[in-house]
Design a protein around this ligand. Structure first.
Ligand SMILES: *[C@@H]1O[C@H](CO)[C@@H](O)[C@H](O)[C@H]1NC(C)=O
Ligand SMILES: *[C@@H]1O[C@H](CO)[C@@H](O)[C@H](O)[C@H]1NC(C)=O
Ligand SMILES: *[C@@H]1O[C@H](CO)[C@@H](O)[C@H](O)[C@H]1NC(C)=O
Ligand SMILES: *[C@@H]1O[C@H](CO)[C@@H](O)[C@H](O)[C@H]1NC(C)=O
Length: 488
């Protein structure tokens, strides 16, 4: 994300006695001291609150504002920006501490601004203002519809006075980046073999999807239909698509973290896409390429590491809870079942840590969770051998009997702990560049050290390994004690 400095490095010229409001590129630069004055002076004041300069939409909005300001010169609409990172009092006064970030103040009314959708371009702003003012869509004829280049929403209504056309118009206002047209031309509709009160989504005159409106259809439903079908079933997360993804009214997202250069990509992608087609309008499917360094921040947010790919996360953008697909096969059925269980509220969220199980340290193999992992493993008096497993993976489960045997073998030794942890349900907060199952030994040292076991998965080899590591740790402790004078 590029920082936009034009708005953060503002020269404020609003000195006492100077009655002109500070401007840059035709856009007012407002703060607490001059906001009310601007409100009184301009019949329509479209103001944008800038939050962190890192916000994804920052640069778009700034360019759109400057472009629109040039077009609107001499009109009754004035554009303004407020840097709310500095103007905290004003933001509070305007109740602008959260979205929407762009509001239109009309006739000096500070209390009831109209929220404006985040514009992609200056044309978005101009279209929004025009549609708000009453020309939400233009009546077109059949011949014009043939020439449509881009995505167009065509509403076919028999009677232009009915209520559903009002719903159609209000959707058009909220989606200023999309062409909307209304037609009563029967030829248009018969061409697609449809009836009245239908909304068609056309791209280059090709029908993508049709939507039948009823008297019950709400603006929100219509907007979801348009914004969903305007996108492909699967959208790759990139700088170009991020705004579209984050402003989608679909608030359930399925994210596939995958290496696009990996050998099995086409198989996984096609499974993901088939599932996407089954859940359109309900879940937005997004592909995240883990081989793209620019996706690092997103992966950090979801705590996904590249070696864990491919994996799928579902996220509820309403409460920001994420869910991990519990499977090591990503086929259509698995993905669909997971999505369905999520929508039915049956999926288990991914947690930092599971609760500590009762009697976790009573059995031979200790049951660790995120909360207890570091406390138990980094113990200078104990050698701790941990199996990091995935409960749904056959390879992981195959190691359970071996781990029981190992624990049994060291039953009498208080300084050896054999443990395991479910790596799918707990966030493992250690940098282990390994896939699961992973066998890790934590030596009895005053240092946070991990030794990954890569030898034979046989009892006698494991026992030998533990004994060797204990011997090494002992020597090291003696060396350290000679240096520091601390007895071991
Ligand atoms: C302030 O914003 C909150 C949340 O968006 C809203 O519920 C509330 O009505 C707003 N208050 C005013 C005075 O606009
Ligand atoms: C993605 O796969 C390619 C080809 O196998 C490999 O060279 C690359 O290192 C992988 N990237 C990551 C982040 O794993
Ligand atoms: C998403 O979170 C909201 C708020 O907690 C909740 O009402 C909704 O049911 C959740 N959606 C799903 C599919 O779990
Ligand atoms: C993970 O490790 C970091 C750095 O050591 C620490 O700040 C953070 O609190 C840890 N998180 C959990 C859940 O233990």
């Amino acid at each position: 994300v590029k920082l936009d400095l034009t708005y953060t490095v503002i020269q404020a010229h609003d000195q006492p006695g100077d009655k002109s409001l500070p401007e840059q590129g035709g856009v007012l630069q407002l703060k607490k001291a001059n906001f009310n004055r601007a409100l009184r002076k301009h019949k329509q004041l479209l103001s944008s609150c800038h939050y962190a300069p890192l916000s994804a939409e920052g640069p778009h909005v700034s360019a759109a504002f400057e472009g629109a300001a040039a077009e609107l010169q001499g009109s009754e609409v004035k554009l303004a920006v407020i840097d709310v990172t500095k103007e905290k009092d004003l933001a509070k006064d305007l109740n602008a501490t959260g979205p929407p970030t762009i509001r239109l103040y009309i006739d000096g009314d500070k209390q009831n601004p109209v929220p404006c959708p985040v514009p992609q371009t200056s044309a978005s702003i101009l279209t929004w203002l025009k549609r708000r003012a009453g020309s939400a869509a233009d009546i077109i004829t059949d011949s014009q519809s043939e020439a449509l280049e881009e995505l167009t929403v065509v509403g076919f209504f028999k009677d232009l006075d009915q209520a559903s056309i009002q719903v159609f118009y209000s959707a058009a206002i909220d989606l200023p980046d999309i062409n909307f047209v209304v037609t009563q031309n029967n030829e248009v509709i018969s061409k697609y073999g449809l009836t009245h009160d239908v909304v068609l989504l056309l791209k280059k005159s090709e029908l993508i999807q049709a939507y039948k409106m009823t008297s019950q259809t709400s603006k929100e439903e219509l907007i979801i239909f348009i914004t969903v079908y305007q996108m492909e079933p699967v959208t790759e997360y990139t700088g170009e698509t991020v705004t579209q993804i984050l402003t989608s009214p679909v608030l359930n997202h399925a994210l596939l973290f995958v290496n696009k250069s990996s050998a099995d990509i086409s198989e996984i992608y096609s499974a993901f896409k088939s599932a996407a087609e089954a859940f359109r309008l309900k879940i937005l499917f997004v592909l995240v390429n883990v081989d793209e360094p620019r996706n690092g921040r997103l992966m950090e947010y979801f705590r996904v590491r590249d070696f864990e790919a491919p994996l799928i996360r579902l996220v509820n953008l309403t409460d920001h809870v994420s869910y991990h697909l519990p499977s090591d096969t990503l086929d259509v059925d698995t993905i669909k079942t997971f999505c369905q269980s999520y929508l039915e509220g049956k999926a288990k969220p991914k947690m930092q840590s599971e609760p500590i199980p009762e009697g976790w340290d009573k059995k031979p193999v200790k049951e660790l969770v995120g909360m207890t992992l570091e406390k138990v493993t980094f113990n200078p008096d104990k050698t701790v051998f941990v199996l990091f497993y995935l409960p749904y993976s056959r390879e992981s489960r195959a190691l359970f009997p071996l781990w029981e045997e190992l624990a049994e073998a060291f039953k009498e030794q208080e300084d050896v702990v054999v443990a395991r942890i479910d790596a799918s349900a707990n966030d493992i907060n250690m940098s282990m560049q390994r896939s699961y199952p992973s066998l890790c030994l934590f030596p009895a040292l005053h240092a946070e050290r991990v030794v990954v076991y890569t030898g034979n998965r046989k009892l006698k080899d494991l026992v030998k390994f533990i004994e060797k590591e204990m011997e090494k740790a002992k020597k090291e402790r003696i060396k350290v004690s000679r240096l520091t004078g601390v007895t071991v």
